[in-house]
Design a protein around this ligand. Structure first.
Ligand SMILES: Cc1ncc(COP(=O)(O)O)c(C=O)c1O
Ligand SMILES: N[C@@H](CCCC[NH3+])C(=O)O
Length: 439
């Protein structure tokens, strides 16, 4: 079982510890709701991917998919750990630029990059575009001409293979908005077109099956499928990929029912399969890239909330509300995602009761959990929800004009604010008056 759902560390007062820091102290200092990241865990995950690749001896890049959680400090941390960076928007690219991340290690994904975003990325000198469609290919060619520059690309291929995951986060199947599909011939046409553009260097191919995967078979199946086509493209068009990017999507543990595979297991399966297929078709071994997001940051993040109002409906449910909810964690409402949580300010007693944990937004669907066993709670108790490090803060909103929470990095005995809580002033910063102020 992974670290985050194993026994949680408590101090002598029974308070939850994050790194070596008392969660109650964190909540006092930074207020709730807040995201607390255990930086040691992020480093551990990054190293697990890097070391697994190093052991295979293959040339590789591990690109952190910053969509899972992007801020300047996180991008800096990815760099410290020797990761490349996957961005999917001008905003994520801008964050990387502000962080001082080396642009040659940036890869730009996304199914609808704007002309402006493409221009910004070319001007920044990013390492590689993961081209998703013909529209993008045309924009890229035009912008390379405008700027009198050249760039490297890999093509995102949709192999027609689905992972066992929520349909909203499955991306590799035939009916997907992402990528060039293999079976209609789109992918081959994209290879031919890319090879014909002198300002574009076609480096290789990319696929991403889906997110929160617990099996290697879909990845190896995708690799085998891809290679059957590569063999043909070599013969017909002289194309030999120098890079295969197997995407991200490596599953993590949200609850004790999740049994994620180790990064090493995924990496070994991917590399083994690429070696096997390259040998089968007498192709040179490509560089292997992956782009994990959730598996780098997910389990390292904990959200701290203060409990507020309660409503008990006899024989139905006992609601207790937190000071955040779907505005900082949309995943339960969007995917029916499940989490585990504990009171951070005191240890569990015997007498437990199932609580329904509600958010504070004006939506009946703003529920984080329906049946969380806790000791009898009191308003003011501190609730820690685990494994919220990926797609929590990243998908946060200002619905109901709630300010986004703060984010704190914790490493051993040190803690540091890395994203300030939004203020009310931040919320109206871009607003403009309709005529004069009322009074
Ligand atoms: C193309 C691509 N790469 C990487 C990722 C990162 O996925 P995850 O955070 O599940 O590792 C995603 C999201 O699913 C994606 O669409
Ligand atoms: N946001 C999703 C994953 C999307 C992955 C990006 N393609 C989640 O929370 O699980």
């Amino acid at each position: 079982m992974s670290m985050s759902v194993m026994t949680k560390k408590r101090n002598e007062q029974g308070h939850l510890m994050i790194g070596n820091i008392d969660a109650v102290r964190l909540a006092e200092q930074y207020q709730t709701p807040m995201f607390a990241y255990d930086v040691g865990m992020i480093r551990q995950k990054a190293r697990a991917f890097k070391n697994a690749f190093a052991q295979t001896g293959i040339d590789h890049q591990v690109a952190y998919a910053s969509k899972a959680f992007s801020c300047i400090a996180m991008v800096q941390l990815a760099h410290e750990e020797g990761l490349s960076l996957d961005v999917v928007s001008g905003g994520e690219l801008y964050t990387a630029i502000q962080a001082g991340f080396p642009m040659e290690n940036v890869h730009f994904n996304g199914n609808n990059k704007s002309r402006q975003e493409i221009r910004e990325a070319l001007q920044a000198g990013i390492g590689c575009f993961v081209v998703d469609n013909f529209h993008e290919l045309a924009l890229l060619e035009a912008e390379c001409n405008n700027l009198q520059t050249q760039t490297s690309i890999i093509l995102r291929i949709t192999p027609g293979i689905e992972g066992t995951t929520h349909s909203y986060i499955s991306t590799g199947g035939e009916d997907s908005k992402f990528g060039f599909d293999l079976f209609t011939g789109q992918a081959e046409a994209a290879v031919v077109q890319s090879l014909s553009v002198s300002s574009i260097r076609l480096q290789g191919l990319h696929f991403h099956i889906g997110s929160q995967l617990f099996e290697t078979s879909v990845l190896t199946e995708a690799i085998a499928t891809l290679y059957r086509h590569i063999e043909h493209w070599r013969a017909s068009h002289g194309f030999i990929p120098e890079v295969i990017n197997a995407g991200g999507g490596f599953g993590i543990s949200y609850t004790k029912h999740d049994e994620p595979l180790e990064p090493k297991t995924f990496v070994e399966a991917i590399v083994h399969s690429i070696r096997e297929e390259s040998d089968r078709y007498h192709l040179p071994l490509p560089e292997v890239w992956v782009e994990p997001g959730r598996s780098i940051v997910g389990e390292a993040g904990t959200t701290l909330y203060t409990l507020g109002s309660q409503k008990e409906i006899e024989h139905v449910r006992h609601y207790v509300s937190v000071d955040g909810g779907m505005t900082d964690n949309i995943r339960p409402a969007l995917y029916g995602a499940r989490y585990e949580a504990e009171l951070a300010n005191r240890v569990k007693k015997q007498e437990e009761k199932a609580y329904a944990i509600a958010g504070k937004a004006c939506e009946s669907g703003d529920m984080l959990m329906y049946d969380l066993p806790l000791p009898m709670v009191e308003s003011g108790d501190l609730l820690a929800v685990f494994s919220t490090g990926a797609y929590g803060y990243a998908m946060a909103s200002n619905y109901n004009r709630l300010p986004r929470p703060s984010v704190v990095f914790i490493e051993n005995d040190a803690h540091q604010l890395v994203v300030e809580r939004e203020s009310y002033a931040d919320l109206v910063r871009n607003d403009r008056f309709l005529g004069k102020k009322i009074k």
